[in-house]
Design a protein around this ligand. Structure first.
Ligand code: BGC
Length: 356
């Protein structure tokens, strides 16, 4: 018994020495891991995403997909939304520069005011990507967007195929957004021959631009034009789905929804529902997954000082030829809605057809 007890005591002693050693080893491992982690956070690429606004449905998707891809690539993203205020956007960007971002991705509210962001960032050696909308009067390092002139062309071309003669109302987007002007160029490219021949007459020509892409502004403009023309409008080339919503509301007020053609852009859920219902004629779908993932990849690459292989063309912004990635938009109507939007996973069948 005694011998056994002694054995147990010495066993216990050696056990406690072992456990102390293990404990020390464990603490050392944790410390090393912690140091490793801290280093990693410091090494992480920091991307600043400066957004005009989150009001239009698509921008939330842009943000979420961009962040997910950037994080997948090991970067962290700081997001700021300027609520459609160019001064606020510049301040937020300055703030992100101070926070030490490695690269700035900007969706500019105003194509000219945002040039200050590029200048301030460059002064600190930070590269800038103009996302979806071009920044003018400066030298952004990359522009990534869809072919916006082509978006405008697809909008007007579709309506023109349905109605080759008649009164057309062209409702522009926000005048401070470079895209709004590219869209107009494309819309006119589709309609000009018929305007010249007199088959198409533009009503309230060039007078209506929906400030902030606001649907209320679109509604007011459409109401005015309906009154001025005594409801003699055959087609409204609305530049995006949000403003198309305002146009259709005004048309509903005159029992004209469904008989006047209306275009759009973005494949917003409400626009898809209206296409099914027949009050909106078409939309232009721009796969957000594509632009957001490509932009995140480009941001990480620029932060690492790499060149962007995919930027195989340039777009002139009035000051310089900006290296650009230009993606292809897709015309969508009720016939290819299922294929492009549902099968493509942009919206679910349940959501689109729920109003039926
Ligand atoms: C974008 C559109 C969007 C609009 C309003 C444009 O610059 O290209 O997709 O609907 O802004 O946010």
């Amino acid at each position: 018994m005694k011998i056994n007890k002694k054995k147990t005591m010495s066993q216990l002693r050696s056990l406690s020495i072992k456990s102390i050693a293990l404990h020390i080893f464990f603490v050392m491992c944790c410390t090393i891991m912690l140091i490793g982690c801290t280093d990693k956070t410091e090494d992480k690429i920091k991307i600043g995403l400066s957004m005009d606004s989150l009001r239009v449905e698509r921008w939330q998707k842009d943000r979420d997909i961009f962040i997910a891809e950037a994080e997948k690539l090991g970067a962290e993203v700081i997001v700021q939304s300027a609520d459609e205020d160019p001064v606020k956007q510049n301040e937020q960007a300055e703030n992100m520069i101070t926070q030490g971002v490695d690269v700035l991705v900007v969706i500019p509210k105003d194509s000219v005011a945002s040039s200050q962001i590029v200048k301030s960032a460059h002064a600190e050696g930070i590269k800038v990507i103009a996302y979806d909308r071009l920044i003018r009067e400066s030298e952004p390092d990359l522009y990534i967007s869809f072919d916006n002139e082509q978006v405008g062309y697809l909008q007007a071309e579709y309506l023109f195929r349905k109605k080759p003669k008649g009164n057309y109302f062209l409702l522009g987007g926000d005048p401070g957004d470079n895209n709004a002007h590219l869209l107009r160029e494309g819309q006119l490219r589709a309609l000009q021959p018929a305007i010249d021949s007199g088959d198409i007459k533009l009503v309230a020509e060039g007078k209506h631009w929906a400030v902030n892409w606001d649907r209320k502004n679109a509604l007011n403009s459409t109401e005015q034009v309906l009154t001025q023309t005594n409801n003699q409008i055959d087609a409204v080339v609305a530049s995006n789905d949000g403003t198309a919503g305002g146009v259709i509301k005004a048309l509903e007020g005159q029992n004209l929804a469904g008989s006047v053609l209306v275009s759009g852009q973005d494949a917003d859920i409400e626009a898809c529902q209206r296409i099914v219902k027949g009050t909106q004629t078409m939309t232009v779908y721009k796969p957000i997954q594509l632009i957001a993932t490509e932009a995140a990849k480009a941001a990480v690459a620029l932060a690492k000082g790499e060149t962007i292989e995919k930027a195989n063309q340039t777009v002139n912004n009035g000051k310089t030829d900006v290296p650009s990635i230009i993606l292809t938009p897709i015309q969508v109507d009720k016939d290819n809605l299922d294929k492009e939007i549902i099968e493509g996973g942009f919206h679910t069948r349940e959501k689109i057809y729920q109003t039926q």
